[in-house]
Design a protein around this ligand. Structure first.
Ligand SMILES: [Fe+2]
Ligand SMILES: [Fe+2]
Length: 416
């Protein structure tokens, strides 16, 4: 080895804002670990980086938590990687030379990972001579961004002026811009699936972002959906789904549902009738489009079919979470043993403010009166489901209409 003369622990330091941490960070960190044959790697979210103003609304604790999620042992494949809160906990600004001095020891050889832009400005950092003397500088090089000559000039300068030890591993970094990622989150791009971002953002990190309502992501997605549905639904249907969305918000608040569940509910509310205005032929075409064989029995209840095609579209086109897809799939009929999300969507659809029917208004009054009396729990939802289903069954029987077997099964379940 060029840099280690005696047996010392090779300790890698990888600092950054990590707002949010993404798969580019993960790839850099693990490649850094492997290419330098590190014994240990500390990933260190920065406190207040002197060279960079932090954007976004994630608190230092959020950044630490998200970084810990991204660098969980499962994600690091047995490597000795930990997330260190040294710089976050430190009073005042964090300077790299201080961090290196803190971790330097007799039996430790330090390796510092830097990006190309940081590398090119290293000599303007506080106490560059100390940075170069304490650590091997490992450059996460983005070739496409810089002239080779500029890079080589700087490298030669650091080596001559500071005796710098510089390594440029051969791996290709996954280039992700955190500010572009934040812009994507704010735009709700993920609705166009989490899929386009799944290459760059870890699913568990995204779940954390939702649970803490960071980077304007929740509102970004909901705005995207509202705009998108304007082109797909009639004005009346759009007014209905917007009203269902508002209803799920107030019901979720009364039930004390976590942000993640509320977010799924709101998306499901916006999407639940996405195929409602399609003819039976168009419903069949929709099943065919996704390669699903419809149950002919379902077509005997024309008003019900859209819950199945709507669930398909929500899942395949909008990448809605399974809990939301399942809720759309039974929002008209109900079903035995529904989850809270399923019950809330079904009831919100029925009792939303713009419904003109007396039975809807009556159930709405009932729910909110009980809620005001302090009785908001799953038992109240079950109670309301019983009323909804019994009213629906009685109404269909009165008209001599066919009743979907799932409605009957649900009615029997909730009447018990
Ligand atoms: Fe519906
Ligand atoms: Fe509806």
């Amino acid at each position: 080895m060029i840099f280690s003369e005696k047996k010392m622990k090779k300790l890698g330091i990888y600092g950054g804002s990590f707002s949010p941490p993404h798969n580019g960070h993960k790839k850099s960190a693990l490649s850094f670990y492997d290419s330098c044959a590190l014994d240990e790697l500390r990933v260190m979210p920065a406190g207040v980086p002197p060279h960079k103003v932090l954007e976004g609304d994630a608190t230092p604790e959020d950044r630490l938590n998200m970084t810990r999620i991204l660098f969980s042992p499962d994600n690091c494949g047995g490597r000795n990687v930990s997330v260190d809160d040294y710089e976050l906990k430190k009073e005042g600004r964090s300077y790299t030379w201080e961090t290196l001095a803190h971790f330097d020891a007799e039996d430790v050889q330090l390796f510092l990972l830097v990006g190309t832009d940081m590398f090119l400005t290293l000599d303007s950092w506080m106490r560059p001579e100390e940075i170069f003397s304490r650590a091997v500088i490992v450059v996460n090089r983005r070739e496409e961004d810089y002239e080779e000559s500029l890079f080589d000039e700087k490298k030669a300068y650091y080596e001559n002026a500071f005796g710098a030890r510089i390594m440029i591993p051969a791996y290709k970094p996954l280039v992700v811009s955190s500010s572009e990622l934040r812009a994507q989150l704010r735009r709700g791009d993920v609705v166009n699936g989490y899929l386009p971002m799944s290459r760059t953002l870890d699913r568990a990190v995204l779940d954390y972002i939702v649970s803490r309502d960071l980077y304007g992501y929740i509102e970004g997605v909901l705005s995207f959906l509202r705009e998108d549905l304007k082109t797909k639904l009639s004005e009346a249907r759009l007014a209905h789904v917007l009203s269902v969305e508002r209803e799920t918000v107030s019901m979720a608040r009364l039930l004390g549902l976590p942000l993640r569940e509320t977010f799924i509910l709101r998306k499901a509310a916006l999407l639940h009738d996405v195929t409602h205005e399609r003819s039976p032929e168009e419903q069949r075409a929709c099943f065919a489009q996704f390669g699903v064989k419809p149950d002919e029995e379902d077509f005997r209840s024309p008003a019900v079919v859209h819950q199945f095609t709507g669930a398909l579209v929500a899942e395949r086109v909008y990448h809605l979470e399974k809990e939301g897809v399942d809720a759309i799939c039974c929002h008209t009929t109900g079903k035995p043993g529904m989850t809270v999300i399923e019950k809330v969507l079904c009831l919100a659809d029925y009792i939303e403010k713009t419904r003109p029917y007396p039975e809807c208004k009556a159930l709405r009054r009932y729910f909110y009166e009980k809620a005001q009396a302090g009785r908001v729990c799953e038992a109240l939802l079950d109670d309301c489901m019983e009323k909804y289903l019994n009213t629906t069954v009685a109404h269909l029987r009165g008209k001599g209409s066919y009743i979907h077997p799932q409605t009957l099964a649900a009615s029997e379940y909730y009447t018990k």
